[in-house]
Design a protein around this ligand. Sequence first.
Ligand SMILES: [Cu+2]
Length: 213
Amino acid sequence: MYRCIVAGLVAAVSLVSNLAAAEQFRANFSGFEEIGPLLTSTAIAAGMGDTGAILSKGTASLFLNLDKQAGTLEYTLVYANVGTTAPNTGTVTQAHIHFGKHHVAGGIIVFFCTNLNNGPKGTQTCPANGGTVTGTLTAADVVGPTAQNIPALDFDGLVAALEHDTAYGNIHTTHYGAGEIRGQIKRCEDDNCLYNLPPAGNGQGDNGQGNQN
Ligand SMILES: [Cu+2]
């Protein structure tokens, strides 16, 4: 009995210390967070502004587990109803972490998935309208953005963006090439953040904004 308790304590302490060594991040996505595409200078000269938010039934929850010592970022992205809102329906084309503050556009740091064959070797495909993508990102997966001074393969740049609330997740669709739903990535402040991911393929999240249809 005593040995059993000691073994349990050791396991619990090592679990806690593993979690302590890592950092967790979360984001909840919606169309209300979108800001529209980056404009060309020609479009700006023509007086075009950002398109603004997108009305979408799409939702997503993102969970990230960062281990700086190991140089790994584990991710779970669960989404539902993306591209299903008439009249501008479509399918998911790609999903990323971008480098930018809330309501500001920024370039791509890493891919979660793509159906455009434009990601680093081994990038998985995205489910059409809903599903779960998981994986582990390393320095080899960092693609930039060089224009914002994060060179390819710069894992520290990815870490800096996450730790300074300057990263957002974005899911793009065939109709909304600049993104249909988006969410600012925030560091988890409590244990609850770790364990409240929605069931796989559900995507309703814990934000009370789930869509039942
Ligand atoms: Cu993107």
